[in-house]
Design a protein around this ligand. Structure first.
Ligand code: ADP
Ligand code: DP6
Ligand code: CO
Length: 323
């Protein structure tokens, strides 16, 4: 049994940062994102009688990443056992390639676990609805729940495994321009950074409260197809996430000086009449949202700060033919 799947990263406009349940990965608030049309992950899962094996970007992955993948495969095997499938005891050889930066704040865990969930479910013989696939991907990495969905996704926080999943949402026409200022892996993973924030940031409760109201505002702005409002909400929310993270002890700082220069350049663009807004995940790389017609102008303005990529809304996770 060999199955392969492809999934793309997603960049959140309303961010997920904090878990109500660490094991089930239930977030403290819902979130909303755009799935990208580049930086895909392709993952192949082959069932075997040997031990689980995880190869990432051409080399056997380190113990931490391998442990995370094996724990995820255990969930898939549990589902196979519940369904009475004879694959339930099979081990898996997982081979994955990320076309974008890994562990650098460009959502490799989202594309990675969305692709793994889709390929593993197929290899083990599970028949899952998009909702159940989103719930499964969530267990690997919270943000992966949204990469199952094409274009724009809202992840309903829910209160249980059954009620925490992503689905499609309509949004105004937009493009994204990423500025990769540093593609190296971050020092503090999103998973560890979230725990530190919950344990030591004095602003954590305020962050939870404001994320809930922000998502409500974002849903209204999307329904009204109000690009300006979507952009304003996105940029303010990104700053608030970095503020709650910066307030941890010892402090965690994901943004670099050059990241701030990009935020300043985006503000300068707005003064010059180009409507663009910036956000950044847990890493130094900045992602700009703009109207599709302005993509090239935005890219030209930030080219000096890093490596530029432009994105349209992309596809959800899907199976692909195995080679
Ligand atoms: P990012 O900002 O890239 O999402 P995270 O800290 O959230 O960074 O997650 C990085 C971790 O995600 C990696 O250390 C690895 O455990 C996991 N990961 C990344 N790519 C893949 C992949 N293709 N398949 C499975 N797991 C992956
Ligand atoms: C800043 O989904 O990577 O990108 O659930 O622990 O795997 P885990 O974390 P992850 O966190 C993403 C954080 C973020 C914001 C977002 O994508 O919503
Ligand atoms: Co991640």
């Amino acid at each position: 049994m060999v199955s392969a799947a492809r999934a793309h990263p997603n960049i959140a406009l309303v961010k997920y940062w904090g878990k109500a349940d660490d094991e089930l990965i239930i977030p403290v608030a819902g979130s909303m994102s755009m799935t990208l049309d580049k930086f895909a992950t392709t993952t192949q899962v082959e069932l075997t009688t040997d031990a689980d094996r995880f190869e990432l970007n051409g080399t056997v992955a380190d113990a931490k990443a391998t442990g995370r993948t094996t724990a995820f495969l255990d969930l898939v095997r549990n589902l196979a056992a519940e369904a009475g499938l004879d694959t339930a005891n099979a081990k898996a050889n997982v081979i994955s390639v990320n076309e974008g930066p890994t562990a650098a704040g460009m959502a490799s865990s989202a594309s990675g676990f969305a692709a793994l969930a889709t390929a593993a479910a197929d290899a083990y013989g599970l028949k899952l609805s998009p909702k159940d696939l989103s719930r499964l991907a969530r267990r690997g990495s919270g943000s992966a729940s949204r990469s199952i969905i094409d274009r724009f996704a809202i992840w309903h926080a829910g209160t249980s495994d059954a009620t925490s999943y992503a689905e499609a949402i309509d949004a105004p026409e937009m493009a994204m321009v990423s500025v990769t200022v540093n593609a190296a892996a971050k020092k503090v993973s999103s998973r560890d950074g979230m725990v530190a924030t919950r344990q030591t940031s004095p602003y954590y409760q305020a962050w939870i409260d404001v994320t809930k109201t922000t998502l409500d505002e974002m849903v209204l702005a999307c329904a009204a197809k109000d690009f300006t409002r979507v952009g304003e909400i996105t940029e303010t929310h990104a700053h608030r996430m970095h503020a709650v993270i910066n307030a941890t002890h010892p402090p965690i700082r994901y943004l670099a000086p050059v990241s701030w220069q990009v935020f300043d350049e985006v503000a300068a663009m707005r003064e010059d009449g180009i409507e663009a807004y910036a956000t950044a995940d847990a890493g130094p790389n900045v992602v700009i949202i703009c109207r599709p017609v302005d993509t090239d102008a935005v890219a030209a303005r930030v080219a000096e700060y890093g490596q530029i990529n432009t994105f349209a809304p992309g596809p959800g996770a899907h199976l692909v033919d195995t080679a």
